[in-house]
Design a protein. Structure first.
Length: 361
């Protein structure tokens, strides 16, 4: 469990460090919305409370809160161009803003109801916990500092009996907010695992573990689009010879095992940076980007044929494949490469199968 939480914490930190400018601006916009909401909410409460006789006296402290928010809005407008792209500066501003708003609201609550236990402060602690899951250690120290201020305020403005209730509630809030942090992180971790699992299933051929047709084509197009002009790309199309006969003679289970074996052989002979996929029932493809050693294609194809030929699955053996290859340095699209490689594959089958044909783009 702890390992998963640390993993998720690292993921959050990595994500934020990779997207600092965007997240910093989003944080600043969130603060702006909070300021405007506080101003509107404070004015609404003040006038509705007075109009409906909820309070029978003029409570100027609400105007102090609204004045604070107006000062923060002016500060926001002044600081936004200077700090909006710095995550650290935005977080300092955010922590300061939330500290002031929380202390002010707690002070208002204490002045209005000194004989009652506080509620605003504890709600604020929980909100801070949910907002800053990526700053656990810093936010914990921050919450402890706010708690010290809260207790000092309570000691000076409330009866001893109420202070005791506030202290107990504060301790429980800090413990439960930490618990909530771990729950949130574990839930995020579980959702991330589920998302990764769904994503993996959506792009993977479930039988062989290779990329499926859609995923292979998308990745290949992306690689080909991003390549430098004149850079080499080599597209292989593999067609398992006489696969229908294998299924009919030995059964579909042996046929599935033969496809898994073929996928394993391909993974052995291609690099992890190459794109490999199962794009049809018995058809596989591989895309190799960049320059390759001399006679790379011929040696690679002969080794794959050799491994297939000596493989044995149950009573079945002596497998082979036909291979069509396109070597390209003219920045052809994926569709153009595929057309050339497919033409080469047709020739390989016409030549008696168990061989490969290379064409140049």
């Amino acid at each position: 469990m702890i390992e998963k939480i640390y993993e998720k914490y690292d993921e959050c930190t990595l994500f934020i460090s990779s997207n600092e400018k965007r997240i910093a601006k989003e944080n600043m916009h969130a603060i702006r919305i909070s300021i405007l909401f506080s101003i509107i909410g404070g004015l609404t409460y003040f006038f509705s409370s007075w109009s409906f006789k909820v309070t029978t006296r003029f409570e100027g402290i609400f105007l102090l809160f609204i004045a604070e928010m107006l000062v923060f809005y002016a500060l926001y407008k002044r600081l936004y161009p200077k700090i909006s792209e710095s995550m650290k500066k935005v977080r300092v501003f955010a922590f300061f803003f939330y500290a002031v708003i929380l202390i002010t609201l707690t002070l208002i609550e204490t002045l209005r109801t000194p004989n009652m236990r506080s509620y605003v402060f504890f709600a604020g602690i929980f909100i801070i916990t949910t907002i800053y899951t990526d700053y656990f250690f810093i936010s914990t120290v921050y919450k402890l500092g706010l708690s010290v201020i809260f207790i000092a305020m309570s000691l000076n403005m409330k009866p001893d009996k109420v202070v005791t209730l506030d202290v107990v509630a504060m301790i429980m809030t800090l413990l439960f907010s930490s618990h909530c942090y771990f729950v949130v992180m574990l839930n995020n971790s579980k959702r991330s695992e589920d998302s990764r699992s769904v994503e993996k299933k959506s792009v993977t051929d479930l039988l062989t573990g290779l990329s499926n047709k859609l995923s292979f084509e998308e990745r290949s197009k992306e690689y080909l689009t991003d390549r430098v002009v004149g850079a080499k790309a080599t597209l292989f199309i593999f067609d398992f010879d006489n696969f229908k006969r294998v299924n009919d003679t030995y059964g579909h289970q042996i046929g599935d095992e033969a496809l898994k074996l073929f996928a394993t052989i391909l993974k052995d002979y291609f690099h992890s940076t190459d794109v490999i996929g199962r794009v049809g029932g018995d058809e596989f493809m591989a895309l190799v980007m960049g320059a390759t050693p001399e006679d790379f294609v011929n040696i690679r194809c002969r080794k794959i044929q050799h491994d297939l030929r000596i493989a044995k699955i149950g009573d079945a053996s002596g497998f082979s494949c036909s291979i069509g290859i396109c070597e390209d340095t003219k920045a052809h699209t994926f569709e153009e490469l595929y057309k050339i490689a497919d033409s080469a594959l047709y020739e390989a089958k016409k030549n008696g199968k168990a061989c490969h044909v290379v064409k140049f783009g």
